[in-house]
Design a protein around this ligand. Sequence first.
Ligand code: 13P
Length: 256
Amino acid sequence: MNRRYRKTIIAGNWKMNKTPAEAKTLIADIKTAVGKQKWCDVVLCVPFVDIANAVKAAKDSRIAIGAENMHFEKSGAFTGEISADMLKELGVKYVIIGHSERRQYFAETDNTVNLKIKAALEAGLRPIVCVGETLEQREAGITEEHIAMQIKLALAGITAEQLRKIVIAYEPIWAIGTGKTATSEQAQEVCAHIRTVIRNLYGARLARAITVQYGGSMNAKNAAELLAQPDVDGGLIGGASLKAGDFALIVEAANQ
Ligand code: 13P
């Protein structure tokens, strides 16, 4: 973290978990557990059907509600899809774009990621853009190249002004849901690399200001060490965001 230059953001990604009624209860618990966070922003990205309850439950707290995906078109014949304007109207502030599970299971590409980022920004949503390498790519020594390519393609056509609204999440695919966290050195190395890529594209000031999160088996035990790294500005948390107590401990670690 480097609070002098950029915001620390702790975000939960519930994935396909919790019904609307369960969402209400969990957010009430999280609200009590996290108390007053001074230093970091807290976001909960929840399934579409949970959003209305989540926004209501998070009212009068500093918890912002996010979505986990959206479509890039404004409206039209796209059965089963949800647009940025629909999310915005419900009170959504953030949206995860290009999560590796979307890329892997739902054929999202760097191009659709780029289109979605643009549509989200246009609607006034803050995209949390996910990038990350597979184990094969890491072992082949092409992590940095791969991440640089994902970022360049995701941000194609994005202006400097628009970049200020974007959060980047580094999520090594081999660390997601596996219990196998990247070491704090590995997380720092890639998050710093992401900042270098941004610096080359947009200059030093914007690179210094962008929030780069780490995601992949972050939990109450390892959060403090990961967040102590200078270029790790928060977390995108799956499993541990489903337990109010664990999530609150991560938020607490970000407030140290
Ligand atoms: P886990 O924290 O369950 O590994 O999930 C990470 C993730 O994919 C967050 O987007």
